[in-house]
Write a protein that binds this ligand. Structure first.
Ligand code: SF4
Length: 605
């Protein structure tokens, strides 16, 4: 069981019971654990077309083989379920300390089934597992819940939902260690629909290692590589992910006012440099991370809170035409406390502002809330964030995301979403490969599961022409497969600033045994990606959903260094399907499924 603890915890919330089942090691290795294994369980156990917020849906919280192992950035866990926001597969990842502490209880993953009739939380102290009453926690924010449970179980680590998850907001996230989020796809609403408030874990077990000495040496070498890298060793530790603000803006791909523009003269007011100089209190790191990109920042009243990531700075900042860290930090604080996806939240406010600008949201709809929808209204951006999280007034409409909002107001094209999920902080018209990632991502609009910004802007693993279409489909496919590997083995995506495929093979094999080569590990990533695709096909989400918003295809960028460009998805998509081994309709062929060992799912193609 090297790398794995060998146990699956299955909790039936309807019956308030649980079972501990053996992990099938062959299956775990084939799908790499975490994201891959979770998607396989969703495919095998959840019937097609279930309502994501019904008790038929399952919620899986999974670690990878390297989660908790003594290798760099091994603090990740994954939430896998059917998304209530998109109807597609949801795979939302988080760092911090919770994942390794859960694995230390001796379990690799938890499958939650059914629905409790009353609020409960799950307590796992090694083999001592209890489903406990959580009525005293219902309505509490993530810091209140964490504080209460850390007192009840001394030394425990807490994962929870906030009020947004309880109220089934389609953007609700799952929080751990107070301000770390498995943010996207409304996974917090699935947890809320099961009346599951929290999971508190306390464990004493170590991840079994195939070769301890080799693991130590490999780890030392990878830490050195990361620390020597200018991004992982300097840019991220010094400025956090906010280091991207000036870089992305200077490339002319920072969306402004709901992607109406792509460059702003104001960017430095919300840059990583400004955050570091004027707001940073200290840096924090996830479990075994030498990069330490986490931030603690100060608020105007002197309190200290978790600092915003680049995407959050953008969504509440440039996307809403706001350039004030006090405002962005407050929105970030609300999202963390209420358990809410910062990307979807800010981007939905931006879409609402454009709908209002166009006269499609009327004053009558929002006057009772006492908040405007004018670009740059700082008080309104904070106010709407809170109202969205609590589903109050017009905030209830916003809490369902910009796709539903824009459709309801007769202008679906105003929603900058793919598969109903809001796009993050990069305008793909100036990064053609990154646009492929947006369009084909199985979980909807997402940057992280194939971060083509790395080669197209930052030069990792090499600098490529961001405007060119040549070779981009194949490049993007490799990135998608590599991201599936990194997620599934339980490491942080920021480790790619320094580490490459052979480094992940080294670490996996040292921990788990000599199982994978470069080719076979990447192929395992492709297996995971294809299985997610099959899940979506089963749900009726076919390749007609591999789209980008019309604006990005038809309206050239208006200003800045990428002025004049549109995205050429139509030219790139056929090539992407081809390199994937899919047919012209974007459906995996039987040969591809056989090659990947997925032939048992051929009925879905
Ligand atoms: S790079 Fe940042 S997000 Fe990733 S593990 Fe390290 S501290 Fe956490």
């Amino acid at each position: 069981m090297n790398g794995y603890m060998g146990k699956i915890l299955r909790v039936n919330l309807s019956e308030r019971s649980y079972n501990v089942e053996p992990l099938d090691l062959d299956v775990a290795q084939k799908f790499l654990g975490s994201r891959g294994l979770g998607v396989k369980i969703m495919m095998d156990e959840v019937p097609a077309k279930v309502d994501p917020l019904s008790e038929e849906n399952k919620l899986i919280i999974a670690t990878g083989a390297l989660t908790g192992a003594p290798v760099p950035t091994s603090g990740r866990y994954m939430v896998i379920t059917k998304s209530p926001l998109t109807g597609a597969i949801a795979v939302a990842n988080s760092g911090g300390q919770w994942g390794p502490k859960f694995k230390a209880t001796g379990h690799d993953l938890i499958i939650f089934e059914g629905k409790s009739d009353k609020p409960v939380y799950l307590s796992i102290e090694d083999d001592n597992i209890e489903i406990k009453d959580a009525s005293h926690l219902w309505g509490k924010t993530s810091s209140e819940t964490t504080e209460t449970l850390e007192k009840e179980i001394e030394g425990g680590k807490v994962l929870c939902i906030g009020p947004a998850g309880e109220k089934l907001s389609l953007m609700a996230s799952i929080m751990n260690d107070v301000d770390r989020a498995a943010g996207r796809g409304g996974v917090g609403a699935v947890m809320g629909s099961k009346n599951l408030k929290a999971i508190v874990v306390k464990g004493s077990k170590k991840v079994p290692l195939y070769d301890e000495e080799r693991t130590k040496n490999v780890s030392r070498e990878k830490v050195r590589t990361l620390l020597d890298d200018p991004t992982a060793g300097e840019g991220l530790p010094t400025y956090g992910s906010a280091v991207l603000v000036n870089i992305i803006n200077e490339s002319g791909i920072m969306p402004v006012r709901n992607f109406q523009e792509s460059y702003t003269e104001e960017a430095d007011r919300i840059s990583g440099e400004t955050m570091t100089e004027d707001y940073l209190v200290r840096k924090i790191a996830c479990f075994r991370c030498p990069i330490a990109c986490g931030r603690i920042v100060k608020m105007p009243d002197g309190t200290e809170v978790g600092g915003p990531e680049y995407e959050t700075i953008w969504s509440f900042g440039a996307d809403c035409d706001v350039y004030d860290y006090d405002v962005i930090n407050e929105c970030n604080r609300i999202c963390n406390e209420y358990g809410f996806d910062t990307i979807s939240a800010g981007a939905t406010i931006a879409a609402a502002m454009e709908l209002y600008e166009k006269g499609l949201i009327k004053d009558e709809e929002i006057e009772a809330d006492g908040l405007s929808l004018n670009w740059g209204d700082e008080e309104a951006v904070v106010g709407w964030t809170k109202k969205m999280a609590t589903r109050e007034g017009f905030g209830d409409k916003l809490s369902k995301g910009s796709h539903r909002l824009a459709e309801e107001h007769g202008a679906p094209e105003v929603s900058m979403t793919v598969k109903k999920q809001e796009l993050p902080a990069y305008d793909p018209r100036g990064v053609q490969g990154h646009g492929i990632t947006y369009a084909v991502n199985n979980r909807g609009g997402c940057h992280i599961k194939g971060y083509m910004i790395s080669p197209e802007i930052l030069g990792y693993p090499e600098k490529i022409d961001r405007f060119s279409l040549e070779g981009k489909a194949a490049y993007a496919k490799t990135f998608h497969d590599l991201a599936a590997v990194i997620d599934s083995i339980g490491l942080c995506m920021f480790s790619t600033f320094g580490l490459n495929l052979p480094d992940y093979v080294d670490m996996y094999n040292a921990v788990c045994g000599d199982i994978y080569s470069n080719d076979t590990l990447l192929e395992a990533g492709s297996r995971v990606w294809n299985l997610e695709k099959l899940f979506n096909l089963r749900e009726g989400i076919d390749s007609s959903h591999d789209k980008l918003p019309k604006r990005l295809l038809e309206e050239p960028i208006k200003n800045g260094p990428s002025k004049g460009y549109v995205h050429h998805l139509e030219e790139l998509l056929p090539e992407y399907y081809e390199v994937r081994g899919w047919n012209e309709e974007g459906i995996p062929t039987i040969e591809t499924l056989e090659k990947l060992g997925l032939e048992e799912y051929k009925k879905y193609i």
